[in-house]
Design a protein around this ligand. Structure first.
Ligand code: ADP
Ligand code: ADP
Ligand code: MG
Length: 451
């Protein structure tokens, strides 16, 4: 087993990985920015190294400083968490050149799935259905108009290197496309360092359903079922996720799982990853992208499979074999995660910063909290507004929904505005309770136009 791991991340995910290290007897090294000195991840790690000033580019995205922290601490391996360097092949390469393990997939697999265009090519090659669209990125506006005409409007313009819901624009007709093409390209270049754009059919009111896969470096891979993540904000960012998607027919679940494993194996994948699909009203599914890292919403899969994904990631990176086969994977019960963010629902979800003066977290059977926050902690403007993930588990969906409602009722945060009041309303709505929703649900809920 690896003996010492540096966690190249912050916030709740750093805490999550540090705990898993301790449970396995692995020494943990936290990194932190000057703005994060008081964060929980710094307090619970065995060792902590400051990697720069508050802004991400000065600290968590400062490659030289992160590599220096690895060397100073003598870490043998790095867990990248999500975001930051987690999907950057050059980070894995830089670590390898120093003889340090990257806890994640091989560099080639990160590269193959790294941008949306090459990922779709890999999916097509492995026989997986994809959302109809351009063959790779589109070179110019004339070609874009041609492809859009062929597949039919509405279409989406997507930054090939985009992620986290950013870099996606809907286009309803040729006139709009003419206006948006240049802006989309310029924005993609500025935000993601690549102006490449692909064009995709806009699937009408789909569900977002994704499959967790995990494999070892000996060619063994399993899928751990699906997560339903259609409750998304206006910027395509997930807010509430659940496992399983109870209404998914068993044969579709199986075919999606097999397709996900096939795609992953086709690029030589190992360790944990997620294959994202859109599912339409006929339960036809289409590959969307693959996230080559631990996903924010991984706890719901852990709750219904009883498998600790971070333990497995660490063991696989240490060279162990996958300790289970597909027939060992059994789903039981129902789990839901809600992302608690410092965003003010009364101010268009604007980020809210400052000191958390009061923090009353929910508890009870089947309630799990993943957070780096506590009373007295200051929320900094530099980072993602997510404060906590609240995960509940019940015997079935109805019980899980009731536990989520109860936990949100208990959860009180003062000092910063949070989305908790919004979440309470959302999970009490008829459509949510009935499980009748898709990716268009939250926009309609906010407009007050649900039936
Ligand atoms: P990101 O890398 O930002 O996660 P994705 O391609 O995974 O981008 O898409 C994020 C979300 O955007 C999806 O979950 C879905 O809600 C919406 N979306 C993406 N592609 C389509 C599409 N072709 N049709 C309809 N909705 C889409
Ligand atoms: P997932 O695909 O795992 O469901 P999302 O796409 O909603 O997660 O969010 C992951 C994205 O959020 C990352 O790619 C990154 O842009 C951002 N992000 C994730 N973790 C952090 C973090 N600790 N600090 C800042 N931003 C983060
Ligand atoms: Mg995605």
């Amino acid at each position: 087993m690896i003996k010492k791991v540096l966690i190249a991340n912050r916030g709740e995910i750093a805490c999550r990985v540090i705990r898993a290290c301790r449970e396995l007897g692995i020494q943990s090294v936290a990194v932190f920015s000057e703005a994060d000195r008081e964060s929980l991840h710094v307090k619970i790690a065995d060792q902590a190294v400051c990697v720069g000033a508050g802004s991400n580019t000065d600290s968590y995205l400062n490659l030289a400083n992160i590599l220096m922290a690895c060397q100073i601490s003598g870490a043998e391996a790095v867990h990248p968490g999500y975001g930051y360097f987690s999907e950057r092949a050059n980070f894995a390469v830089a670590l390898e050149s120093l003889g340090i393990k990257f806890i994640g997939p091989p560099t080639d697999a990160i590269e193959a799935m790294g941008d949306k265009a090459s990922a779709k090519k890999a999916a097509i090659a492995s026989g997986c259905p994809v959302v109809p669209g351009s063959d790779g990125s589109v070179p110019n506006e004339t070609d874009a108009l041609g492809v859009a005409e062929e597949i039919g409007y509405p279409v989406l313009l997507k930054a090939v290197a985009g992620g986290g819901g950013r870099g996606i624009r809907r286009v309803n007709g040729p006139d709009e496309l003419a206006g948006l093409w240049k802006t989309a390209q310029a924005e993609a270049q500025a935000s993601f360092g690549s102006g490449e754009i692909l064009l995709e059919k806009c699937v009408v009111e789909p569900r977002h359903v994704e499959i967790q896969v995990i494999g070892d470096s000996y060619g063994n891979m399993v899928h751990l079922g699906e997560r339903e993540c259609s409750i998304q904000n206006l910027r395509h960012q997930k807010i509430v996720e659940e496992a399983p998607y109870a209404a998914l027919p068993e044969d579709v679940r199986q075919r999606m799982g097999e397709a996900a494993v096939r795609v992953a194996l086709s690029v030589g994948y190992h360790n944990a990853g997620t294959v994202e699909f859109l599912v339409d009203s006929n339960n036809d599914f289409y590959f969307l992208e693959m996230n080559t890292r631990l996903q924010v919403e991984h706890p719901v899969t852990e709750e219904v499979t009883g498998i600790d994904l971070v333990h497995l990631m660490l063991r696989i990176a240490s060279g162990e074999r996958l300790p289970l086969t597909q027939s060992d994977v059994k789903l039981s019960g129902h789990a839901i995660e809600a992302r608690i963010t410092a965003q003010d629902p009364d101010k268009d979800f604007a980020p809210s910063t400052g000191c958390i003066t009061g923090w009353r977290a929910p508890g009870g059977r089947g309630v799990r909290m993943e957070t780096h926050c506590y009373a007295g902690y200051s929320v900094s403007p530099f980072y993602d507004p997510m404060l906590a993930k609240l995960i509940v588990r019940g015997r079935d969906r109805a019980e899980a929904v009731s536990k989520l409602q109860t936990a949100l009722h208990e959860f009180e945060v003062s000092g910063v505005a949070t989305n908790i009041p919004f979440l309470r309303r959302l999970v009490a709505s008829n459509g949510y309770v009935a499980g009748e929703f898709n990716t268009a649900f939250v926009p309609k809920f906010l407009e007050g136009t649900l039936d």
